[in-house]
Design a protein around this ligand. Structure first.
Ligand code: TEU
Ligand code: CA
Length: 559
């Protein structure tokens, strides 16, 4: 398997709006990030993924871009951006920008032209269709509730928006549009950008004819007709030829609904498309048949199945990304660990579980502090279009139970990840001297970076050690993954093998003690501890009948 810097790096995701405010307007900004570059260097991460900072009306907090070559006023200036890039490069870190090109903002100059008339030169930059019998052109629903079509009276046609009404889908069938996108990508890469996280890139090719789903429902989920569509690989191979292959860069494509088979093409080892993708399969283990908001409990057995499937199906064929949270997902220690009496232990256990697998790990801002989900008292305190559209559709219009939907928001809402970064125990956790755009999690007095940096046994220093180990041991990056103890109801255990070397990773996912007995076929003389969330040192020992304490994780090298 070919060695690559982007396989060996650890990526840290910054959601700028919530990271650090430098001018007191309650909104995070680029100068705020610049003031924290030494903190990021201390953590030992190699790449910073910056969620969108382009000009935007913020209908979807920057994922609705109105000018791809300008910086959002609230975040600062292009000079600030250049200072950030220089600050990262000076510290040996790289910058991966977030590219949102399945759709733009409806305030983008292209769309303002496009909607002027049916024969406007920009009309076909977007997806316009006449209605059918007074209805939308098909029955697809948006990710953000309601129809995926918006009627435009002036030209008596509908435009497609898989997300909000202010996020019209771009028409990738149009080669002129595609070349505009490629030119813009090269413009950023020529400024020194080291990579792109590409937003919902597997949605850019829609089924010919944009057919309604069968069954005659007035509104229905149309994912089969726009996820991993007919020309998506053709477009990505063209993007690779025209742009990506010309730069020493890193790409990760966000691909909701992609399977390992899809990923083996998107992230193929020949390098003809992307370097890796974000799958969502493990992010839906707690979604029932009704989807994301139909919350159920996930199981360890399902987690083993999904993670092992992705590790084994991509082995030698493609590269995995490794993540358990981001700006769209609830906080991992609340979702997969125990954010009460075992918050620190379970946060470290989850970090071990994830970072010891094969793939590029992604740390989401605050994950290194063990930041948790939040429960705001009222719906009004939430500030996410996805939450508010869903509540209106299900409760206000649909009559569903308020308390049940609020519980779903507590467990799955994106604002869990978007409460301001907790820097210290001063007011608003040191995030702002103003009023934060979204309330700070009340637990900031205990959970904050200042406390973490003073505590050698903090989650922060545990991540720092994981990052150090990754640089020191090729087996962590390139070793083969194999699940063991498959049927154990408490322990997730696996091995990594590279040549004669072997690691065994064991994670107790419960708050009860667990006895860990290795399978007979694992032969070794002695085992030396590489890292553990309860123990230090490199004790040489045998592992028979090892007792794992609540949420205990251990990584041994077998000699
Ligand atoms: O998210 C894509 C996506 O699939 C989301 O609908 C995600 O699944 C959902 O928010 C989780 O419930 C990307 C961005 O990450 C997200 O922040 C944007 O809102 C979305 O695209 C539209 O641009
Ligand atoms: Ca600010």
């Amino acid at each position: 398997m070919e060695k690559k810097w982007w396989k060996e790096s650890v990526v840290y995701q910054i959601y700028p709006r919530s990271f650090k405010d430098s001018n007191g307007d309650g909104i995070g900004d680029l100068q705020g990030i610049i003031s924290k570059l030494d903190y990021l260097k201390e953590l030992g991460v190699g790449v910073i993924w910056l969620s969108p900072v382009y000009e935007s009306p913020n209908d979807d907090n920057g994922y609705d871009i109105s000018d791809y070559k300008a910086i959002m006023d609230e975040f600062g200036t292009m000079e600030d951006w250049e200072e950030l890039l220089e600050g990262l490069h000076k510290r040996g870190m790289k910058l991966m920008m977030d590219l949102v090109v399945n759709h733009s903002s409806d305030e983008h100059a292209w769309f303002i032209e496009s909607r002027k008339s049916k024969d406007n030169p920009y009309r076909d930059y977007y997806i316009w269709r006449p209605g059918k019998d007074g209805n939308e052109p098909n029955n697809w629903t948006s990710f953000f509730s309601g129809s995926a079509w918006q009627y435009h009276e002036e030209t008596d046609e509908y435009f497609l928006h898989l997300f909000s009404k202010k996020q019209p889908d771009l028409n990738w069938e149009n080669p002129v549009l595609r070349n505009e996108i490629y030119d813009m990508m090269k413009w950023w890469l020529d400024k020194g950008v080291d990579g792109f996280r590409i937003n919902v890139i597997n949605l850019i090719s829609k089924e010919d004819g944009l057919p309604s789903t069968p069954g005659g429902k007035k509104y229905d989920w149309g994912g089969d007709y726009f996820m991993n569509g007919p020309r998506v690989h053709e477009y990505l191979q063209e993007m690779n030829r025209e742009v990506l292959s010309k730069y020493d860069m890193m790409t990760v494509g966000e691909c909701p609904g992609a399977s390992p088979e899809d990923a083996a093409r998107y992230a193929n080892e020949e390098g003809t498309e992307l370097n890796m993708i974000f799958t969502f399969e493990h992010m839906d283990l707690d979604s029932g048949p009704g989807g994301k908001w139909d919350v159920k409990d996930w199981t360890l057995a399902d987690l083993k199945d999904v993670m092992t499937k992705w590790q084994k199906d991509l082995e030698g064929r493609g590269w995995n990304s490794l993540y358990l949270n981001n700006h769209d997902q609830p906080r991992m220690v609340s979702r997969f660990g125990n954010d009460q009496e075992y918050r620190v232990e379970s946060a470290k256990m989850l970090a071990t579980f994830l970072h010891m697998m094969q793939g590029t790990p992604y740390i989401y801002q605050g994950e290194e502090l063990g930041m948790t989900n939040v429960k705001f008292d009222s719906l009004e305190e939430y500030n996410d279009i996805e939450i508010h559209n869903m509540y209106r559709e299900k409760v206000t219009e649909g009559g569903e139970d308020h308390a049940k939907i609020m519980e779903a928001i507590y467990r799955k809402g994106r604002d869990n990840a978007r409460t301001p970064m907790q820097w210290d125990d001063s007011e608003h956790a040191g995030f702002t001297i103003g009023t934060p755009w979204l309330k700070v999690n009340p637990n900031y007095k205990e959970i904050n970076a200042e406390n973490a940096l003073k505590d050698p046994s903090s989650i922060f220093y545990y991540y720092k050690e994981l990052n150090r180990l990754r640089k020191e041991h090729d087996i962590i990056v390139y070793g083969t993954y194999d699940l063991i103890l498959e049927d154990n109801p408490q322990i997730y255990a696996y091995t990594r093998s590279l040549g004669e070397e072997k690691l065994v990773i064991m994670c107790n996912f419960t708050k009860e003690n667990a006895t860990c007995t290795l399978p007979e076929d694992i032969q070794y003389e002695s085992a030396s501890l590489l890292i553990g969330n309860y123990v230090e040192g490199t004790a040489e020992e045998r592992l028979e009948g090892l007792q794992l304490r609540p949420y205990e994780a251990r990584v041994y090298r077998l000699n």
